[in-house]
Ligand binder design. Structure first.
Ligand code: BEZ
Length: 259
């Protein structure tokens, strides 16, 4: 995971153990990428490297890139033999070198989307493809609205703004077009996502991803706010011992114009 608001430090081992749904849900995005032997692919926000390894498994020559040294360390352990690079997607350390750029569940962490789109266009060869999934407008809205409500009830003012960029389909495809990437496929869909960890799954999700909201609180207040959030959400999002998060996804394929 890379980006401007995403933490640089991650507990990559816990992430790898407890959030496998992130890469498992991204596996069919590789079909949209359609890697071919010898095709040069950049995987932006490769995290712990599982999808990078799957792309390499189809014969492509892939580089995994992530801003987090912890994620890259774990990726190198998980998938030896693949080049993994620590870098910021807003300043890619490559020339025009790739037939495709791939990204799963990362680009919503970058709140200056035009910077990363410009970089993706620059590193793609003319005719090269950009294949991505990210959170769409409305992603995890129930989780975050309820967390903020619980914070306010406990006397803590929720932070203004958001650590995430969740575009609409029209907003994102317009942005791509304006920056020299022609969208040839785009869709938005709800993907209710079952969290791992049973009863603890929602608490784990907030602990891993919602530091923007929770870090300013003293630890006992954090626990109380999460418990209140769980109590409000339980009738809607907890069933048969599992929490479901209200994920909403944007998938896009775009082509770099020949100029
Ligand atoms: C997502 O993949 O949509 C996501 C992951 C962590 C935090 C927020 C959103």
């Amino acid at each position: 995971m890379t980006g401007s608001t995403g933490p640089r430090r991650w507990d990559a081992a816990s992430y790898d153990r407890g959030f496998t749904f992130v890469w498992k849900h991204g596996a069919d995005l590789i079909d949209a990428l359609d890697p071919q032997p010898g095709m040069r692919v950049l995987d932006i926000g490769c995290g712990t490297g599982h999808l990078t390894g799957a792309i390499a498994g189809r014969g492509a020559v892939v580089v995994g890139l992530d801003r987090s040294p912890d994620m890259i360390g774990q990726a190198a352990q998980n998938v030896p033999g693949i080049p993994f690079v620590i870098a910021d997607a807003r300043a890619l350390p490559f020339g025009t070198a790739f037939d495709a750029v791939f990204s799963n569940a990362t680009l919503h962490w970058i709140t200056e989307p035009e910077l990363v789109i410009e970089e993706i266009r620059r590193v793609l060869k003319p005719g090269g493809r950009f294949v991505a999934e990210l959170g769409a407008a409305g992603n995890v809205a129930k989780l975050i609205t309820t967390l903020c409500r619980a914070m306010a009830e406990a006397g803590y003012e929720p932070p203004t703004g958001s650590p995430w960029y969740y575009p609409t389909l029209a907003g994102y495809t317009n942005l791509l077009e304006r920056h020299g990437l022609e969208p040839i496929f785009a869709t938005v869909f709800d993907r209710p996502t079952v969290l791992e960890g049973g009863e603890g799954g929602l608490c784990n999700w907030f602990a891993m991803f919602a530091g923007w909201y929770l870090d300013p609180l003293p630890p006992p207040a954090r626990a109380a706010v999460i418990a209140r959030t769980e109590a409000i959400l339980r009738p809607d999002l907890y069933r048969d011992g599992r929490w479901t998060a209200d994920y909403r996804r944007l998938r896009v394929v775009a082509v770099r114009s020949s100029s």
